[in-house]
Design a protein around this ligand. Structure first.
Ligand SMILES: C[S@@+](CC[C@H](N)C(=O)[O-])C[C@H]1O[C@@H](n2cnc3c(N)ncnc32)[C@H](O)[C@@H]1O
Length: 380
């Protein structure tokens, strides 16, 4: 496909997303229906769609309107390319610019939903603008080295043999930032043999800060695909790990991932008794991961956030019952919004005097990678 045809395809996809269809779903349907498109075309169109969604408001202002066309014209202008080079009206290319589109020239649009701006500013204080800007850029790919399968040096060497460049984080040597050929990871030997897993740096830093001892009983209460369970299994051999999720189907990949990693994780439909550590990686707005899932940023509403806050409080209350005396509760979100983070913890500590706070920490793209929050609480 020509660059202009790719832009034309992105315009159609963005119009679907603006009408409410999740970006992933729109891209999947398009791929299935467009057999003529090669893998390079698909990747390039995906990049265009995601780039446009990350900076939706500012690109719409630059391009003359909140539509697929407006976003793509804005993206051309923002990247220093002349839209007339692509919007030619030739076969498979978008139609030439209208008079209105020609004079559109930007403004001070913020790339966050209007209703959220005050909350974003309250939550992030002096970092609000810098973090919002960071959310407009593409997210890096991070790998977690699995010590059950080898060392970081082993992983770097094995990745290099598959043509994948990576470098260790100065903050955590087992966290590797991929610097080249990221699309080869899933087929690489290091990944297939369980030496590395995909996991962002920030949750890796959170898991590295948890107190773990050989033989500890650990409950991952919102286990999903098991990212936290797998990280903990690698950090401390001899843990007794139990994974639970309200929607067990979400743990469908866990047995395969655990086998690949050489980890033992038992799935439990109804957790019973007490544990030394309970991890509550609760459902949240995902505001820390909006670089990766930018359409979620525009879908979030105040009502959705309020429902999430209720669920988070409920999960804190339930999980607290499973913490042994002297044990810990680790509350995690991939959100940057204070109501889901510090406020939720403050309210829980007011409700339950058996717990005290050990520490709380928030990571942002300015200090780590995705936005992430963890509070570690101890049951007295
Ligand atoms: C942020 S995701 C977990 C991600 C996962 N820990 C990982 O690292 O891959 C939140 C999970 O919580 C689950 N969940 C939602 N409500 C729940 C509840 N009331 N009890 C337990 N799990 C719940 C969801 O099904 C979802 O899988």
């Amino acid at each position: 496909m020509t660059p202009a045809a790719r832009i034309n395809a992105a315009i159609g996809l963005l119009d679907q997303v603006l009408a409410g269809r999740p970006a992933e779903q729109a891209l999947l349907r398009w791929s299935r229906a467009s057999r003529y498109a090669g893998s390079g075309d698909r990747a390039a169109i995906r990049d265009l769609v995601y780039e446009a969604l990350r900076r939706r408001n500012s690109l719409a202002a630059l391009g003359g309107g909140l539509s697929g066309r407006g976003l793509m014209i804005g993206l051309c202008r923002e990247t220093g390319q002349d839209p007339d080079a692509f919007f030619t009206g030739a076969t498979y290319a978008p139609q030439p610019l209208t008079a209105e589109e020609r004079v559109a020239g930007g403004g001070n649009a913020e790339d966050l939903p209007d209703w959220l701006l005050p909350l974003w500013r309250q939550s992030l204080g002096p970092d609000a603008d810098a973090v919002a800007a960071a959310m407009g850029a593409r997210a890096p790919v991070w790998l977690r080295v699995n010590p059950l399968r080898g060392t970081a040096a082993d992983a770097l060497a094995m990745l290099a043999r598959d043509g994948i460049d990576a470098e260790a984080s100065p903050a955590l040597p087992e966290a590797l930032r991929v610097t080249g050929a990221e699309r080869r990871i899933n087929s690489s030997r290091a990944y297939r043999e369980g030496l590395v897993e995909l996991q962002d740096l920030s949750p890796q830093l959170a898991c590295a800060a948890l107190p773990l001892h050989e033989g500890d009983r650990v409950l991952d209460y919102c286990a999903g695909g098991g990212g936290k369970s797998l990280a903990l299994a690698g950090r401390q051999p001899g843990l007794q790990l139990f994974a639970h999720d309200a929607e067990p189907a979400r743990m469908g990949d866990l047995p395969v991932r655990a086998a690949r990693a050489g980890a033992r994780i038992e799935q439990v439909s109804q957790p019973r008794g007490v544990f030394d550590l309970v991890v509550a990686d609760v459902p949240c707005s995902g505001s820390g991961t909006w670089r990766r899932i930018p359409d979620a940023k525009w879908r979030l509403s105040r009502a959705m956030l309020d429902r999430l806050l209720e669920t988070q409080a409920h999960i804190l209350d339930i999980t607290s019952r499973h913490v042994d005396s002297g044990g810990h509760l680790a509350y995690m979100t991939c959100s940057l919004l204070e109501p889901e983070n510090g406020d939720a913890i403050g309210a829980f500590l007011d409700r339950d005097s058996r717990f005290s706070e050990v520490f709380r920490k928030r990571w942002t793209p300015l200090t780590a990678s995705d936005g992430f929050f963890m509070a570690l609480l101890r049951r007295n």
